[in-house]
Design a protein. Structure first.
Length: 489
């Protein structure tokens, strides 16, 4: 590895640290310095030039050990890169690309990837038209996603956001999609829980990389983490592989960037955040999308996370991210407290491009479910007054309860589209009419078990050819007797 003397001999420029403010240092000299260029101190510490001042340069130091005034600094004439190879899959690394999982060095020839190469040009972009299944029914039916989409996941702390993201990773990793999970300023115990969840699923972790910047790490490392994560995603996109990248979470990233900006005495804006925070996140997320390489289209799908407080999604960073992305999935703290799993409020969630990836059947089914749930919410308000309800209203409440029951999903389970079609086809077709919710719950568990054992493949094959809701309901009615036999054999 090249050292201070090598870079000094090459650049011929030397400067000296004049002042140190935590991870920010001010260096005199270096007349040819450029913004975002990497510099190296005499002790081997690296930093990135943040801005050029009249008589000095402001440097964000990536390593802060043994810094002192008048320490010599030289230019490297390089921009920050992270070394990536295909063997990074199944590993946990820091924002520098160094392994932190105790399994030794990452083998293979590594390619240096720039952490800020800019977004792909417009003429290389392709329309989002391929559906991305998360394995979570509420999202796949009500808030559909597509490959190349940027969808914000927003909600209070501990409302199930990370579990949903991990279910999505497992579902996509099983299809051969490369998954990058970026942990931004989280505790080590949280990262360990993510690792254990992914390793619990056979083979899922082999298609994943976890990039970690813990809460105890310097602010500069946490600031770099999402950019380094994107560099890993872009490496695999260049290999012709679809990539899913998770940023958990960008509100944390914004707080640490605010800390850096306040230390460097930049003018604070709303909530003391720097004025360029919107551009910082927007330019990074713009690197996602469907990109054309020759005759092949390759995608990076980005799912950034934002944390809200007591269900308030009107915060500065939250609204910034909502305007940058192609929609948002809202985890409602009230639904969580009422026992909904996942606690996704489909009425307040939106996917601006997801619907264009779906067929007619999925759109019609989602519309029917939305209408039924809207009536259910309205009828529940009336029922609170204790009045006698007409039979039609009771039927609507019963249907709404059963829809919510089917949508409730265990954190250890993934539900494919075919099983969702069968369950909701049976429900809307009247298979469970007259049965109470407890009986329906037992039946749903049994059907799911039969599906996992492959005993329902003949039904699912017939459903896969249907493209209209009326055909779905009429087809489902033809095998009521067979389903009954399967349930009670």
């Amino acid at each position: 590895m090249r050292g201070f003397k090598d870079y000094l001999q090459e650049s011929g420029e030397i400067g000296y640290i004049q002042s140190i403010v935590h991870s920010i240092v001010y260096v005199s000299g270096l007349p040819g310095a450029k913004p975002r260029e990497v510099v190296m101190a005499e002790g081997g510490q690296r930093g990135i030039i943040q801005s050029l001042l009249p008589d000095s340069v402001e440097v964000l130091m990536l390593e802060t050990h043994d810094l002192k005034n008048n320490l010599a600094v030289t230019r490297t004439k390089q921009y920050f890169t992270i070394p990536v190879s295909e063997q990074i899959l199944g590993r946990i690394v820091d924002p520098f690309g160094h392994p932190v999982d105790g399994l030794g060095p990452i083998p293979g020839e590594k390619k240096p990837m720039s952490i800020d190469p800019g977004a792909p040009p417009l003429h290389t972009r392709v329309k989002i038209d391929k559906p991305l299944e998360t394995g979570v029914q509420t999202v796949d039916l009500m808030v559909p996603l597509g490959y190349g989409q940027r969808e914000l996941v927003i909600g209070d702390k501990k409302t199930g956001k990370t579990i949903f993201l991990l279910q999505t990773i497992v579902n996509q990793a099983s299809k051969g999609v490369i998954c990058v999970y970026v942990s931004i300023g989280k505790r080590q115990s949280d990262v360990k829980a993510v690792e254990e969840y992914l390793k619990h699923w056979s083979g899922a972790f082999n298609n994943c990389t976890i990039l970690v910047a813990n809460s105890a790490d310097p602010a500069s490392m946490i600031y770099l983490s999402p950019f380094s994560g994107f560099a890993i995603a872009e490496f695999f996109r260049e290999q012709g592989k679809d990539v899913l990248i998770i940023f958990d979470d960008l509100t944390n990233h914004a707080k640490f960037y605010r800390e850096i900006s306040l230390l460097s005495k930049r003018t604070p804006g709303r909530s003391s955040y720097p004025g360029d925070i919107f551009n910082l996140h927007a330019s990074m997320l713009e690197r996602a999308g469907n990109i054309k390489y020759g005759d092949k289209t390759v995608s990076i799908t980005a799912l950034p996370v934002a944390e809200s407080f007591e269900g308030d999604i009107t915060g500065y960073i939250q609204t910034n991210l909502m305007s940058i992305t192609d929609g948002h999935i809202f985890f409602d703290v009230e639904l969580f407290r009422n026992g909904a799993r996942p606690s996704i409020n489909h009425a307040l969630s939106v996917s601006r491009v997801g619907n264009q990836t779906r067929g007619k059947l999925d759109k019609e089914l989602a519309q029917k479910l939305r209408e039924a749930l809207a009536k259910y919410e309205k009828d529940k308000e009336i029922a609170r007054f204790g009045v006698d309800l007409p039979q039609a209203t009771k039927t609507e409440i019963d249907l709404g309860e059963k829809i919510e029951l089917i949508f409730n999903q265990d954190t250890e389970s993934l539900v494919p589209r075919e099983l969702s079609l069968m369950l909701f086809g049976l429900l809307l077709g009247g298979f469970w009419a007259g049965k109470n919710v407890s009986s329906v719950k037992v039946d749903v568990i049994k059907i799911t078990e039969k599906f996992q054992k492959g005993e329902l493949n003949d039904f699912l094959t017939r459903l896969a050819k249907i493209d209209k809701i009326d055909d779905l309901l009429s087809t489902v009615k033809t095998f009521y007797d067979q389903v009954t036999e399967k349930l009670y054999e």
